[in-house]
Design a protein around this ligand. Structure first.
Ligand code: ADP
Ligand code: ZN
Ligand code: MG
Length: 502
């Protein structure tokens, strides 16, 4: 399937075969998400193997993450600290006592035969995030967050039956994860999309995770059911596993909603099961009937002591967190007087917000700083396919440029010419101004000479002016600006001209 649009059309078309829009309109979807996030630690959660991406298969492994009998796990302090930061940023309570549990199941890429997770005592619960969908603000509750280790990866290869192979790569085995479980609070695929965006943005902002979906650092399981509008009882849910893009999340939900409505409308019943989404077909399909918690034979992990997060550790971790995007946004709106739109754009990423704050501080002009960051800077970065972190124009230098405009030393027009030069050379604006002699000319002595020349060269216009057609002065000002390559101070030129002509 080629373009996203085409793909979405296909989803819409399939869903229409399943249920008419009228049918779907009679039902209300109920959605809860389970989001897995890879914590950005240097080493794994229970051993000191590196977590780096892209190493040769089965090279970042040791007896612990290979699941050798007798090898003992030791909890990584850095992983707990990132998990605490994530929970605080998502407004969750941190539980002082929690413990790990074994979740037993067989999978070829799970050599231990169990995952170390948290079950009856997670480290965190009762959080929330606010989302905005079509202008309406809504709070989505988070049930709990727990820590766990990741499994390895199975890699399937080959096309014909005769040469089809599956390989196991255990580099990922033991990578630290948190699982964020939401309440069933979402009522549309758009709300689910907005919730996942918000979670991703916050966690990236506080550098708990890169949340790179292509690398599997953020993965989402979507639970969805439908009920007749007005009904109180939730319907039976299906779970769509391993959604690895925002687009697929929305498409899978829309398909699943239509499928369930059609099923119920035709007299059938939704069964509780685990499904997968096939993006090429735009359909979900059944993978297995849903396992229940008791199938996993959870029991407390005997190789790890319970986790205690005392007040000192909690406060130290809290103090080491950057200002949260929501707090920054409020400050940009209030203290700095930015518009909602500007505040949204400038707090979308930590790097952007910090860059902007430096420009605003150096220039003392928040609004003008916002315009330059969002306009010339972001535009040029985008055109050059660069991230703000790699910007050749430092925030300090852009701040100096804005300050030169605000103080009248540079016209806006000249600044627009200087900016690309800053971008290509990485130089300070003052060095460029100096070298190219681009300073605004306000010195009357220097301007008078040029004005005299312009008056002498345009006798006809001078005559018109003196005859009462005073608007001609604009033409003469334009001639002076041209002669100075835009460097003359317009206000001073206007005054001098009127003096000389009048
Ligand atoms: P399970 O025991 O089947 O894993 P949980 O109660 O742990 O179910 O919930 C898993 C996820 O499913 C949570 O995100 C929750 O909000 C969501 N969920 C629970 N019931 C429903 C429902 N009826 N419809 C949609 N989502 C649901
Ligand atoms: Zn290891
Ligand atoms: Mg569950």
């Amino acid at each position: 399937m080629s373009s996203p649009e085409k793909q979405h059309d296909r989803v819409a078309e399939l869903a229409n075969h399943l249920a008419t829009p009228e049918m779907i309109a009679r039902y209300e979807p109920v959605i809860g998400l389970e989001v897995h996030v890879q914590l950005a630690t240097a080493t794994k959660i229970f051993c000191s193997c590196p977590t780096g991406f892209g190493a040769a298969p089965n090279t970042n492994v040791c007896p612990v993450c290979l699941g050798m009998p007798g090898a003992l796990p030791v909890l990584n302090r850095a992983a707990v600290e990132l998990a605490i930061k994530a929970a605080l940023a998502l407004n969750c309570a941190i539980l002082p006592h929690s413990r790990f549990a074994r979740k037993n199941y067989f999978y070829p890429d799970l050599p231990k035969g169990y995952q170390i997770s948290q079950y009856d005592q997670p480290y965190s619960e009762h959080g929330w995030v606010d989302v905005t969908v079509e202008g309406a603000r809504k709070r989505i509750s988070i049930t709990r967050i727990h820590m766990e280790d990741d499994a390895g990866k199975s890699v399937h290869d080959g096309f014909r039956d005769s040469d089809r192979y599956s390989y196991v790569d255990l580099n990922r085995s033991g990578t630290p994860l948190i699982e964020i479980v939401s309440d069933p609070d979402m009522r549309s695929s758009d709300e689910a999309y907005a919730y996942l965006s918000e979670v991703k943005q916050v966690l990236q902002f506080i550098e708990v995770s890169t949340c790179d979906m292509e690398k599997g650092h953020l993965r989402c399981d979507a639970n969805v059911s439908v009920r007749l509008k007005g009904a109180e009882k939730f319907g039976t849910k299906a779970e769509v596993k391993n959604l690895n893009s925002f687009r697929f999340l929305k498409q899978a939900l829309d398909f699943e909603i239509a499928r369930q409505v059609a099923l119920i409308e035709s007299g059938g019943r939704v069964v509780q099961e685990t499904r997968l989404y096939n993006p090429d077909a735009g359909e979900t399909f059944s993978m297995r009937s849903k396992e229940d918690a008791h199938d996993y034979r959870y029991f407390p992990e005997p190789d790890l002591v319970p986790l205690e997060i005392g007040p000192d550790w909690l406060e130290r971790t809290r103090a080491a967190m950057p200002e949260l995007p929501a707090v920054k946004r409020a400050r940009f709106l209030g203290e700095m007087g930015l518009s909602e739109y500007d505040a949204d754009v400038l707090t979308a990423a930590r790097s952007t917000s910090e860059y902007f704050e430096t420009v605003a501080r150096v220039s003392g002009q928040p609004k003008m700083a916002a315009n330059w960051v969002m306009g010339d800077l972001m535009g040029t970065l985008k055109a050059e396919n660069k991230e703000i972190a790699d910007s050749p124009v430092s925030a300090q230098h852009l701040g100096e440029l804005v300050k030169l405009i605000a103080s009248g030393e540079l016209s806006g027009k000249l600044a627009k010419e200087i900016f690309p030069k800053m971008f290509s050379t990485g130089e300070a604006p003052s060095s460029i101004v100096e070298r190219e002699g681009l300073k605004q000319i306000s010195d009357t002595g220097a301007l008078e000479k040029i004005i005299d020349d312009v008056i002498a060269a345009n006798p006809k216009q001078v005559e018109q002016y003196r005859g009462g057609k005073t608007t001609v002065v604009n033409f003469l000002v334009g001639q002076v600006m041209k002669a100075t390559r835009g460097q003359a101070n317009v206000a001073v030129v206007g005054d001098l001209l009127k003096q000389k002509l009048g």
